[in-house]
Design a protein around this ligand. Structure first.
Ligand code: NAG
Ligand code: NAG
Length: 223
């Protein structure tokens, strides 16, 4: 028997017939999901080529997800969708598995994280009193947040920010403001401002007044 199809058609036929194990076209990416958005629906993507077409399953923290067991889960082709996602139930490391009769591939890890920034406690903050020339620490005490936030301080009135210099330092770990060698010009009201770099949400703390401590002795005025 002669096979007289053109080389091009022959090749196409061979490709259609050739069976092969799955190969990823799309592996899931890390996701930082903003809880400030209205739609609480997360999608983790996964797509693989293979013949026969692969079937998909998903793992969270190395444990297989039973998509049919939770109404919040759905699979659309290889993509995994979580509706009403929340940090408590869904934070974790996700992997997609694609398989057919010729093989199995497991994707890289994709970390699903949640971004949020709660308001500061509205409790009034006590004033801080310091002697001129001494140092002082003003506490930010940030609200619950994820991921890390960026700290700055407002002096007296927005948008007048405290500029860091040789006397003033803002810790990006705690948000606390350190002022050394306090001067009369430092007296005023300080507000910690925190910003979520993912959602750009910003919240302000209640003000902390800074005053100069006097010894109770009258100030000597040279006439
Ligand atoms: C979404 O989750 C919250 C609690 O996390 C629940 O109160 C609410 O009913 C859920 N909404 C839907 C549509 O499942
Ligand atoms: C995955 O593991 C992390 C870290 O141990 C844990 O905080 C998280 O709740 C786990 N996620 C799920 C969905 O089990």
């Amino acid at each position: 028997r002669t096979f007289n199809a053109s080389p091009k058609i022959r090749q196409t036929k061979l490709l259609c017939l050739a069976e092969f194990g799955p190969v990823f076209v799309q592996e899931p990416d890390d996701v930082i999901f903003s809880l400030d958005s209205d739609e609480k629906k997360v999608m983790l993507r996964c797509e693989a080529r293979g013949n026969p077409p692969p079937t998909y399953s998903w793992f969270v923290n190395d444990t297989e997800v039973h998509a049919e067991a939770d109404y919040r889960y759905s699979l659309i082709e290889g993509n995994f969708i979580i509706t009403n996602a929340s940090e408590i139930t869904d934070y974790g490391r996700y992997q997609c598995k694609a398989e057919n009769s010729f093989g199995t591939v497991l994707s890289r890890d994709a970390l699903l994280q949640f971004a949020y920034l709660k308001p500061f406690s509205t409790k009034t903050r006590g004033g801080v009193s310091v002697r001129e020339g001494q140092g002082v620490v003003l506490m930010c005490t940030p609200p619950l947040h994820s991921p890390e936030i960026i700290y700055s301080w407002v002096f007296n009135e927005f948008p007048s920010f405290v500029a860091e210099d040789s006397r003033r330092f803002i810790s990006q770990d705690t948000g606390n403001l350190y002022i050394s060698k306090v001067q009369p010009s430092d007296v005023g009201s300080y507000i910690c401002l925190v910003k979520n770099p993912v959602t750009n949400a910003r919240v302000l703390s209640p003000p902390t007044p800074l005053t100069l401590k006097t010894d109770g002795k009258p100030t000597v005025v040279h006439q």
